[in-house]
Structure formats: C-alpha cells, structure tokens
Design a binder for this molecule. Sequence first.
Ligand code: SF4
Length: 96
Amino acid sequence: MLPGTEDWTLQAKCRGLEDQLFPDGAAQKQARKICHGCPVRNECLAEALDNRIEWGVWGGMTERERRLLLRQRTDITSWTELLCPPTRTAAAQDGR
Ligand code: SF4
C-alpha cells in the first residue's frame, strides 16, 4: 500500500510494515497474512482494483489474484462502489 493516498490508510494494519507487502511472486501469499483483521481491507482492495495497481499485496490479495479477479469481473466499473458503500466508508473513517 502506498502511504498517504487516502484517509483510510491511517487505519491500515500494515502501517510501518509496507516493505513486507511487496515481495516477489509466491512470497506474496505469505505476506498477505498481514491483512487478516485489517479494518480497511475493503478500501485497500478497492483502491488497488480501481487504479489497476499491479504490484504487491493490497486488500489481502496478491497481484496475481487481483489480475484474475479483474479478468473475471470486467462488468464491475467501480470496486469502490461495490466494496465500500458510503455507510461502510464513513464507519471506517470514524474508526468504527
Ligand atoms: S488490507 Fe493489507 S495492505 Fe491493505 S491496508 Fe490493510 S494491512 Fe495494509
């Protein structure tokens, strides 16, 4: 995750651990364990999918998993709308 991109990043479980989220290949499956229990996992995943971020672990998914998801779900035009409805986004920003 890139620090400082959105307010939700302030609640990221990986704050200070960002370097661990960008290993190569299969090591990403191990790295994604950092995301378990992250309160902003949906926001993070939506950010990566909507912006076609190709590197690293975002939202608990490896780059390979995200590419597959994007190929399978070409019908989705906004992952943010799907994964982060306004009430959820507000709650995440309030720390609820
Ligand atoms: S889902 Fe993972 S990569 Fe995204 S903010 Fe949370 S811990 Fe970091």
